[in-house]
Design a binder for this molecule. Structure first.
Ligand code: RM4
Ligand code: MN
Ligand code: MN
Length: 431
C-alpha cells in the first residue's frame, strides 16, 4: 500500500462491505461454471490481479475536437496534479500502477520531486513520450514536419527534443521512449515519399544512438491526422521497416485507434509478435475518425481478439514477447478519471476472457478444419461474463468493487473543482 491516499480508505471498505456478499455469490457461481470447463477461477483471478496497464498523464485532462473543448471542472493544471488524479485511478481500480508522461507537457525542473510524489502513491513511470507535433515558444516551427522536415535545423531540434526526453525519462526511472510524429502532407506532390522517410531514418538513428543499453524505443504508426493525404509512418509495414533499420532496441507500438476501420489489428499483433517487434499498445477505440475513444467502447470483440493473440503468445512462451501496455485516450464528454478507471477494467476483462480460451481444443479444431467449433471456442470465452473476476482481483488488491461509484461518492471532482479554479489559458488534454 502507498504512503498516502487521495480517497478515504474507510469509504472504500464501507462501500465494499455493502456489496461484497453479492460479489462472493457471483464469483462462486462463475467459479462453478468455469470448473465444468476445467478452469480454476483463482488462477485466472491471480493473473488478472497481476495485469497492469499504464495511465497516460495527458488522459486526465479534458480533451476536445477540432471545433471546441469543454473543460471539466477541477482539471489538473500541472503534472503534479495529474499525478494526484492518476493516483485515484490506481487507488480505486488497482490496475494502473504506472504513468506514461508526455514532454514538454509534463516537463519539470525537479524530476526527483516528481518521482517522489508519484512514489508516495505507489506509482512509477512507464515509457516517456516526445512531442514534435506542436510548436513551443521560441522554437523553429513543426508546421511542415519534425524528424522528417526538409530543413536540417528543424530535424536537429526534433532530435534534440527526443534526446532530452530520454534524459528526463532516465531521471524518472523510465526505460523506453515512444515516438509518434504527426509528419506528413495534405497535398499530393507536397513531399517526396522516399526522401521524407530517408530523413526520418536518419533522425531516428541519432535518437537511437542516445538510448541507454537497457532502453527501448517504441515507434508508433498512425494512418492519418494531422496529415490528411499522407503520413510518413502511416502503417505497421513502414513501422516494421523503420524498427528493423534502427536495430534491436526499436520496436513497433500498436495504437488501436490508428488503423483504418476494417483493418485486422489482431493479425498485425500476431505478425509483430512472430518477428519479435511488438513494443506494446496504446489502448483506445475508434469508430470513424477519432482515434481516442474509450477502450472497448466501440468494438470489444476486437479488443478480445487482440488479447487472444497476446495470451496465445504468452502460453507458448514466444521469444522476445514482453509488451508494454498503456492506455491512450482523449476524454471529451466524460470525467477522465471515470473513463480511465473503466477502460483499465475493460482491458483487464479482455485479458481475463482471453485466458478462458481452451487453447488445446482450439488447436484441435484448427487441425481438423472444424471451422464452426474453432470459432465457437473463441466465442465461448468472449461471451463469458468475467466481471466478478475483475472485481474480485480489484477487491483483493485493496481497491473498490465498484470503483466509479466510490469515486462519485468520495466527491473528489467537486473537491478539486474548488481547489483548482478553471484556467482559460492552455489545456491539459488533447485538443
Ligand atoms: C497521437 C498518438 C500519440 C499521442 C498523441 C497525443 O495520436 O496517439 O501516442 O501521444 O496523440
Ligand atoms: Mn497513441
Ligand atoms: Mn492517437
Amino acid at each position: 500500500m502507498s504512503e498516502h491516499e487521495m480517497i478515504d480508505t474507510q469509504l472504500i471498505q464501507d462501500e465494499n462491505s455493502k456489496i461484497e456478499n453479492d460479489l462472493l455469490k457471483d464469483y462462486e457461481s462463475l467459479g462453478e461454471r468455469l470448473e465444468r470447463r476445467s478452469i480454476d477461477i483463482r488462477t485466472i483471478t491471480a493473473k488478472v490481479a497481476d495485469y497492469a496497464v499504464a495511465t497516460p498523464t495527458w488522459g486526465v485532462g479534458t480533451g476536445g475536437t477540432r471545433f471546441a473543448r469543454f473543460p471539466n471542472p477541477g482539471e489538473p493544471r500541472n503534472i503534479f496534479e495529474k499525478v494526484d488524479d492518476c493516483s485515484v485511478i490506481y487507488q480505486l481500480g488497482r490496475a494502473t500502477p504506472t504513468l506514461s508522461p508526455h514532454f514538454p507537457w509534463d516537463r519539470v525542473d525537479n524530476p526527483a520531486g516528481l518521482m517522489e510524489r508519484a512514489a508516495s502513491y505507489g506509482l512509477s513511470f512507464d515509457a516517456v513520450n516526445s512531442n514534435t507535433f506542436q510548436d513551443q515558444p521560441g522554437q523553429e516551427s513543426y508546421k511542415y514536419g519534425s524528424l522528417t522536415h526538409a530543413s536540417a535545423s528543424v530535424r536537429e531540434q526534433a532530435v534534440a527534443h527526443n534526446i532530452e526526453c530520454i534524459e528526463l525519462g532516465k531521471a524518472l526511472g523510465s526505460k523506453a521512449l515512444t515516438v509518434w510524429i504527426g509528419d506528413g502532407t495534405n497535398f499530393p506532390g507536397q513531399q517526396d515519399f522516399t526522401a521524407s522517410l530517408e530523413r526520418y531514418l536518419d533522425s531516428m538513428r541519432q535518437v537511437y544512438a542516445a538510448l541507454p543499453d537497457d532502453w527501448q524505443i517504441f515507434i508508433e504508426h498512425k494512418l492519418y491526422e494531422p496529415a490528411f493525404y499522407s503520413t510518413v509512418i502511416q502503417d505497421w509495414g513502414t513501422n516494421y521497416i523503420a524498427a528493423t533499420e534502427l536495430g534491436e532496441k526499436a520496436k513497433c507500438l500498436v495504437d488501436l485507434g490508428h488503423h483504418a476501420p476494417t483493418v485486422n489489428i489482431e493479425m498485425i499483433v500476431a505478425r509483430l509478435i512472430q518477428f519479435k517487434k511488438l513494443a506494446g499498445f496504446h489502448f483506445n477505440d475508434s469508430k470513424y475518425g477519432d482515434d481516442d475513444l474509450d477502450s472497448g467502447s466501440i468494438d470489444p470483440f476486437q479488443l478480445f481478439l487482440v488479447f487472444n493473440e497476446l495470451v496465445a503468445a504468452e502460453s507458448r512462451n514466444a521469444p522476445g514477447f514482453d509488451p508494454a501496455y498503456m492506455l491512450d485516450q482523449s476524454h471529451n464528454v466524460t470525467d477522465p478519471i471515470e473513463s480511465l478507471i473503466n477502460s483499465a477494467a475493460t482491458v483487464q476483462g479482455s485479458y481475463a476472457r482471453a485466458l478462458l480460451v481452451d487453447r488445446d481444443q482450439l488447436v484441435g479444431y484448427q487441425q481438423s478444419n472444424d471451422v464452426l467449433m474453432a470459432h465457437k471456442t473463441l466465442k465461448l470465452a468472449y461471451e463469458t461474463d468475467v466481471a466478478p473476476i475483475v472485481a474480485m482481483a480489484r477487491m483483493q488488491s485493496g481497491g473498490a468493487i465498484d470503483p466509479v461509484a466510490v469515486y462519485r461518492k468520495a466527491g473528489y471532482r467537486e473537491e478539486k473543482a474548488r481547489q483548482r479554479p478553471a484556467s482559460t489559458v492552455g489545456s491539459s488534454g488533447i485538443v
